[in-house]
Design a protein around this ligand. Sequence first.
Ligand code: ADP
Ligand code: MG
Length: 364
Amino acid sequence: MVEDKSAFVAFERVQKSYDGENLVVKDLNLSMPKGEFLTMLGPSGSGKTTCLMMLAGFETATHGDILLDGVSINNIPPHKRGIGMVFQNYALFPHMTVAENLSFPLEVRKTGKSEREEKVKRALDMVQMGDFAGRRPAQLSGGQQQRIALSRALVFEPELVLMDEPLGALDKQLRETLQFEITNLAHELGITTVYVTHDQTEALTMSDRVAVFDDGRIQQLAPPDELYEKPQNSFVAQFIGENNTLDGVVQEIKGDTCIVKLDSGDIIDAVPVNVTKVGERTRVSIRPERVEFNRDRLHDDAHTLKAEVLEFIYMGDIFRTRLRVAGTDEFVIKTRNAPDQARLKPGQTIEIGWMPEDCRALDA
Ligand SMILES: Nc1ncnc2c1ncn2[C@@H]1O[C@H](COP(=O)(O)OP(=O)(O)O)[C@@H](O)[C@H]1O
Ligand SMILES: [Mg+2]
């Protein structure tokens, strides 16, 4: 592969093994333009932190190259890479005041005293912590400590910032506030960010692009809407958002549609995403909010199947209904709570449908 010189951050054929036997990062290729906010999302143990540590320089790749601004950084030590970092457990120096914590990365870089003071003040103001310069970390709440950690990562104006589950220890409300602050700051300052999380909502709301990791590989790399609406395989479809699946066999493939015979005997149309031949087993995936059951709202091209209502849950803004469809009891549909939207009752039989393009034939 040719080195991508236009990328600001690039992983090229990167592999990592800790024990010389098992690869925890299998073949990572990734390139990020300057200013991008990219999130590595995946279950625990999928290799996200390892990738971040290699980029930071605390771990070395077993194979392949990592490039920063077109230059291989494999032999550059961490402190010379000019990268800001934020972790889940704050890692502030407990014996230093907030101002001293922020001043430290500048002292290491031999910044003069008056410039240091000016930059510390600016970095604290940026995270609305200007009044806390004299406090020690123990005198701050979790959210305040994390703001300081963020401001310490930004104080020396790095071009690249790495964040590993920085909001993992905070409660939901604070997490949402800080998600918003982090993305705003990153975009305002034009910082390139690699963010790691196992929380799909966080990934979808914060990122320009998301790399979904599983088993040491990127399963899909795409902007949030594409990831949700056009998952490339069953893992991504299941991991991102809620999803209905029906298993069957490919009967026919013609261009951008295929015919699938479900195990229940029902025959449906789908988009062939990663099925390649007739006779192959497939798992079709349909999002709950793309299923319609009001006859007059169903488009002529929509496919219909008989369904029995098993459970109806009123959730305020939406109704969540669980159905028995084509041999599964776990088919879920979500409908908006509109004045004219029917409330279904368990035991009721309905006809459901969806547009063929909302039904994707994936790996079994
Ligand atoms: N320092 C290490 N030594 C040995 N194995 C490690 C080390 N760090 C991580 N691993 C293993 O590598 C795999 C990937 O871990 P990690 O990169 O931390 O995943 P994630 O951040 O996605 O949870 C896991 O199986 C983990 O146990
Ligand atoms: Mg991790």
